[in-house]
Design a binder for this molecule. Structure first.
Ligand code: A3D
Length: 320
């Protein structure tokens, strides 16, 4: 059986890390695409040259030609610009919307059967635009943010409780922005929900609130430290987890920016929700019940995403 083909659209910080991870994990052959000449070719060759040392059986190719992504099983999109200190994700909207148009058309014309994972910010609006420009089925176009935001939450919680990150589960819902909704009630340490851990005296509500806020600010914390760009190791690892769930039909229950039509009281929009990812792409949106406070936070987040989608429509008249 032929190896799966993984096309990475954007060969910057995240794109290069994705290529390395996909190769080391032998997920398939990798095509790295970028508009900048030389960069995708150089990164692909560099990773390929690590193959003998790592023992990798995968082909890597760098390209500036969309024809090379033909027949890709998975496309992961990071094309565009990242934030600099002081910028919000929303500041990237105008420039990255134009990039989504070019990328969406490139995927539509060359890899229409792919499972497409968008990472470009502002995430929820860009995945919506990418789906519109590509015309692919909604269940095959998804945004990566929830896995990353939840991973950040899990990391901070594991430090607070002094336990392995593997024993911490966490759920972050809503848009990937300042209004994201870390759900304490659905987050656990060894299966014990966070509110119960507060009651048991293992942590305080104040500490938990601070961790929730640090999770919301997780992207900005890294931007502030790096100064020249945004996070790339954890975002790449998170998208690889989603790609693996699709390629191996794992039926993973992962938070993702998915098309929600019916669940959680929403009628047709992209936003971060719990999903099941398998060979069919987004096979299910899990319709979890929120309490009044959680619903209020989720509604605020949904409104913020709607605002960005409307802004996209104002910029590009072909979007309706
Ligand atoms: P960066 O290292 O700048 O890479 C972006 C690449 O896109 C560059 O190599 C560009 O040459 C390339 N590019 C620009 N325009 C096009 C085009 N039209 N076609 C193909 N390639 C193009 O950025 P990065 O890899 O650090 O980040 C990429 C994106 O991911 C940014 O928008 C970030 O804001 C976003 N991001 C999202 C998350 C989420 O959790 C959703 C996390 C971190 C970064």
């Amino acid at each position: 059986m032929a190896r799966p083909k993984i096309a990475l659209i954007g060969a910057g910080q995240i794109g290069g890390t994705l290529a390395h991870l996909a190769a080391v994990k032998e997920l398939g052959d990798v095509v790295l695409f970028d508009i900048t000449e030389g960069v995708p070719q150089g990164k692909a060759l560099d990773i390929a040259e690590s193959g003998p040392v790592e023992g990798i059986d995968a082909k890597l190719k760098g390209t500036n030609d969309y024809a090379d992504i033909a027949g890709a099983d998975v496309c992961i999109v990071t094309a565009g610009v990242p934030r600099k200190p002081g910028m919000s994700r929303d500041d990237l909207l105008g420039i990255n919307l134009k990039v989504m148009k070019a990328v969406g058309e490139g995927i539509r014309d060359n890899a229409p059967d792919a499972f497409v994972i968008c990472i470009t910010n502002p995430l929820d609006a860009m995945v919506w635009a990418l789906r519109e420009f590509s015309g692919l089925p909604h269940e095959k176009v998804v945004g990566m943010a929830g896995v990353l935001d939840s991973a950040r939450f899990r990391h901070f919680l594991s430090e607070e409780f002094g336990v392995s990150m593997r024993d911490v589960t966490a759920f972050v819902l809503g848009g990937h922005g300042d209004t994201m909704v870390p759900l304490a009630r659905y987050s656990t340490v060894g299966g014990i929900p966070l509110p119960d851990l507060v009651e048991m005296g293992w942590t305080s509500q104040e500490k938990l609130d601070a961790i929730v806020q640090r999770t919301r600010d997780g992207g900005a914390e890294i931007v502030g430290l790096l100064k020249t760009g945004s996070a790339f190791y954890a975002p790449a690892a998170s998208a690889i987890e989603m790609a693996t769930a699709y390629l191996k039909d794992q039926k993973r229950l992962l938070p993702a920016a998915a098309w929600v039509d019916g669940a959680l009281g929403l009628n047709g929009m992209y936003v971060g929700v719990p999903t099941i990812i398998g060979a069919g792409g987004i096979e299910k949106v899990v319709d979890i019940k929120l309490n009044r406070d959680e619903q209020a936070m989720f509604d605020k987040s949904v409104d913020a995403v709607r605002g960005l989608v409307e802004a996209c429509k104002g910029i590009d008249s072909s979007l309706t």
